[in-house]
Design a protein around this ligand. Structure first.
Ligand SMILES: Cc1cc2nc3c(=O)[nH]c(=O)nc-3n(C[C@H](O)[C@H](O)[C@H](O)COP(=O)(O)O)c2cc1C
Length: 375
């Protein structure tokens, strides 16, 4: 193994050679992106035991967002096209999501993508929530029946992503808020940038980010899900990569080659994260809060489904969505929300939103379908 100094020397020499008169940026290479891991000319691999259609449906489902990109789903498949979607116990986030609330929301988003993709392939997916407790492994029964092909553009599933940069300051137009609210009737609230409520959310988002950053348990869990090197990104195909964290150029190269999980609890790392979050909360057209009526397994799966529909529509409208969940993970955030509302509300997502100059391409990794199915 080459030590750090040796590596630096060799890399810089190689960089100088490769770069010639071009910038050092080019010599830094890039982090692994989703497209780098796709089979030649295709988006996904066909699992022989499933066949083309079922493999496609599950691949599209897996493009759903999830906390730390843990992809906490597992699917028991059967030839009769009766599947059970469950929560993968090894992919829980106990330090930030001890009740599996976010796991259920993520599984809900997965189910929604599944329903959309099945419909596009000519199947009607019947959904029955069978989980009763948030720790249950079996959560949703899916029965696929032949139906009429729907015309939902699957391209939207391929192009949606979490957006953290490039937000414009304009308010979200009322017609767009209305269109996005359609999926979340009475559950979505928009607070335009500059309003008192938006300022309050902005403050709470940053404050709880800071609190969580200094909670070692949460920070160590985050470290478990950062794929520092390209080698680990390729090996695990989940978690957070330099590309998905928008760490580009020399900084990305440095992280990939010289940083590891022990750095995440260093003060400098924590401070950089907080500085970045402070800049982020200032940007965008305001905040969406997504709430639910109840907190049962079914409520959370349903809310995850509706959230995903809304996020896909937002993509269509060039509206970026950035979940900033610390508010709902740290007790100080929850207390603040409870104290400023007289009626009981159950907030499930705190989302920074805004039109983006250019909607970026998705880069976060996904495990191949064969990795998350069980016979
Ligand atoms: C329930 C849930 C909570 C999330 N919380 C955060 C968060 O606090 N901060 C953040 O930057 N992204 C958050 N995300 C976004 C994920 O990190 C993102 O979905 C994942 O990395 C996959 O990337 P993609 O959405 O671009 O496909 C959250 C997503 C979900 C579904």
């Amino acid at each position: 193994m080459m030590n750090r100094r040796g590596f630096l020397k060799t890399s810089l020499a190689a960089g100088a050679l490769i770069a010639g008169s071009s910038s050092l940026l080019n010599a830094c290479g890039s982090g692994v992106k989703r497209t780098d891991l796709q089979p030649e000319g295709r988006e996904f691999e066909t699992v022989p035991s499933l066949g083309e259609e079922a493999s496609a449906i599950l691949y599209y489902a897996s493009l759903a967002p999830s906390g730390h990109n843990a992809q906490p789903w597992v699917v028991k498949v059967s030839p009769q096209r009766e599947w059970v979607v469950g929560g993968d116990t090894k992919r829980r986030l106990p330090a930030v999501d001890p009740q599996n609330r976010e796991l259920l929301l993520s599984v809900g988003a997965f189910v929604e993508n599944l329903v959309i993709a099945a419909s596009a392939m000519g199947y009607e997916a019947e959904i029955e929530v069978i989980g009763r407790n948030s720790a249950d492994e079996d959560l949703v029964k899916v029965t696929l029946k032949k139906g009429k092909p729907g015309n939902y553009p699957l391209k939207r599933l391929l192009s949606r992503r979490t957006v953290k940069q490039g937000f414009r300051p304009e308010e979200i137009r009322s017609e767009d808020v209305k269109a996005l609210s359609d999926f979340l009737k009475g559950q979505l609230f928009y607070y335009p940038r500059g309003s008192d409520h938006a300022k309050c959310i902005q403050e709470a988002a940053l404050e709880t980010f800071r609190i969580q950053t200094y909670r070692d348990e949460a920070q160590q869990e985050l470290a478990d899900w950062i794929r520092f090197s390209n080698e680990d990104a390729r090996k695990y195909r989940d978690g957070l990569t330099t590309e998905s964290m928008d760490i580009k150029g020399v900084a990305g190269w440095y992280v990939r080659n010289f940083m590891g999980r022990e750095d995440v609890t260093r003060d400098s790392f924590r401070k950089q994260g907080i500085d970045l979050a402070a800049k982020q909360v200032e940007q965008g057209g305001g905040w969406f809060i997504v709430t639910s009526q109840g907190a049962s397994v079914s409520d959370l799966i349903e809310t995850g489904r509706k959230f995903e529909r809304m996020a896909l529509m937002a993509r269509e409208k060039n509206i970026g969505i950035h979940p900033m969940t610390q508010c709902l993970e740290e007790k100080e955030g929850l207390e603040k929300i409870a104290s400023s509302h007289s009626a009981p509300v159950i907030p499930q997502f705190v989302l920074r939103v805004g039109y983006v100059h250019e909607y970026p391409n998705p880069v976060s990794l996904r495990r191949p379908v064969s990795w998350f199915i069980k016979a």
